[in-house]
Design a protein around this ligand. Structure first.
Ligand code: GDP
Ligand code: MG
Length: 208
């Protein structure tokens, strides 16, 4: 039994790692030869926060232009938008505004926007600095910025737990107690070797 469901969508250019971020979070899988997503794909996960249970209904979208018409129909009723770019690909970062506008053009009712820079494992090839990403987060009034690696499982879980916390806190669903962070209902063993979250909270939002 879940108390709330949170409709979440993952958007961004092709090949930034959207599908791998989702499969890493849901089933601890990484695929180095993943096929482009056709239209949309769906997975879910249950998160406990305080006394409440949240079901994240997560839609993974295709970044390719030709699927835009199908993908847009899934934007409706979205509560959380995960905007993904690749820290080694400047164009994917420049296109973040395009993805935000796509969602806003569907008149989605003020979702939570979280910016995510993926492929932190190849930081040597980084072309977008942490500071630039934080500046965009602040300028566009997004709710926060995470850097992650689906490949090395850095900060993947924090994105979705953070989204749950933001949603719940903004809706006053769960009492805000700093010691009481959201938890996955089912902990997988890989969650035990955690690194410090690479989350950069932006005023006034503070997740961790
Ligand atoms: P999508 O099109 O945004 O869904 O991207 P995919 O998840 O299909 O990934 C596209 C390519 O990037 C694949 O070859 C993945 O193996 C690779 N990839 C995804 N995440 C990472 C990551 O964190 N690090 C590295 N080095 N490669 C990644
Ligand atoms: Mg995909």
């Amino acid at each position: 039994m879940t108390d709330y469901s949170i409709k979440t969508i993952i958007v961004g250019d092709s090949s930034v790692g959207k599908s791998n971020i989702l499969t890493k979070f849901v089933s601890d899988e990484f695929n180095s030869n993943s096929c482009p997503t056709i239209g949309v794909d769906y997975k879910s996960a249950v998160v406990n926060y305080g006394q409440k249970t949240f079901k994240l209904l997560i839609w993974d979208t295709a970044g390719q232009e030709r699927f835009n018409a199908i993908v847009k129909t899934f934007y409706k009723d979205t509560q959380v938008v995960i905007l993904v770019f690749d820290i080694t690909n400047h164009v994917s970062f420049d296109n973040i505004e395009f993805w935000i506008n796509q969602i806003k053009s569907e008149k989605v009712d003020e979702p939570i926007f979280i910016l995510v820079g993926n492929k932190l494992d190849i930081e040597k090839k980084r072309v977008i600095s942490k500071e630039e990403a934080i500046k965009k987060t602040t300028d566009l009034k997004l709710h926060g910025y995470f850097e992650c690696s689906a490949k090395n499982n850095i900060c993947i879980e924090e994105i979705f737990l953070g989204a749950t916390k933001l949603y719940s806190d903004m809706k006053n669903i769960t009492d805000t107690d700093e010691k009481n962070l959201p938890k996955r209902k089912k902990y997988l063993s890989f969650n035990l070797k955690k690194e410090k979250p690479k989350f950069f909270s932006c005023y006034p939002f503070n997740i961790f």
